[in-house]
Design a protein around this ligand. Structure first.
Ligand SMILES: [Fe+2]
Length: 206
């Protein structure tokens, strides 16, 4: 079995966007704490998705441009559409936050559920294509060690404030084996190693 570079982050994103829809369905007007928590979690999820697409464009696609030019162009176009859908979700979050009455809130809530559903539906198919078609192209040209290094490079370029929310998503949406393999692939000297050990409950060997 070859290394599937996109597996963990895609599991995290499926889980994040599904959770955002379910949690949105349960929100109530004037329950301020629940709404604030929802807004910050959903915003972090949108940020994680947006950065992930940018890192694919910047780091991953150049690796397969030679043997997958047409596919790369399709995925880049998908990412433009994705950015638009993400902006629509952000606008829906702002509208919900600024609801002026219970009725207004209910209308904004259903509109937000539709926006997040569209984003999820689009990304479910988009991620399928990436996993089904990008992984084989990467495997043709690179060994697993090189691909693990590429993943490390992508993680290193992700904003620090998104690390903890991403880790929380990994924890809830990936298998123990996958988490353990990932943890073991992080170099001992990497600053995140201790944090990952603590959050995922792995014993750190010094
Ligand atoms: Fe993508």
């Amino acid at each position: 079995m070859r290394f599937t570079l996109l597996s963990m982050i895609h599991k995290a994103l499926r889980s994040a966007l599904s959770d955002d829809i379910i949690a949105a369905q349960q929100l109530e007007f004037n329950h301020q704490n629940a709404l604030s928590n929802y807004l910050s979690t959903a915003t972090a999820h949108l940020d994680i998705l947006h950065i992930h697409a940018e890192l694919e464009d910047e780091i991953l696609w150049p690796l397969v441009k030679e043997n997958g030019g047409e596919l790369v162009r399709k995925l880049e176009t998908d990412h433009v559409k994705d950015a638009e859908l993400i902006e629509q979700c952000r606008a829906a979050l702002r509208k919900l936050e600024n609801s002026t009455s219970a009725e207004d809130f209910t209308q904004n809530q259903i509109a937000l559920i539709w926006e997040f559903s569209e984003l999820l539906a689009f990304n479910l198919m988009h991620m399928n294509i990436e996993e089904q078609q990008i992984h084989p192209l990467l495997w043709e040209k690179y060994d697993d060690m090189e691909l693990q290094k590429t993943l490390g490079l992508m993680a290193g370029k992700s904003p620090k404030e998104l690390f903890m929310p991403t880790l929380a998503l990994f924890k809830k949406s990936c298998s123990h084996t996958e988490l353990s393999n990932w943890y073991n692939s992080i170099p001992k000297e990497a600053p995140i190693k201790g944090m990952v050990a603590e959050q995922l409950g792995f014993a750190q060997v010094n």
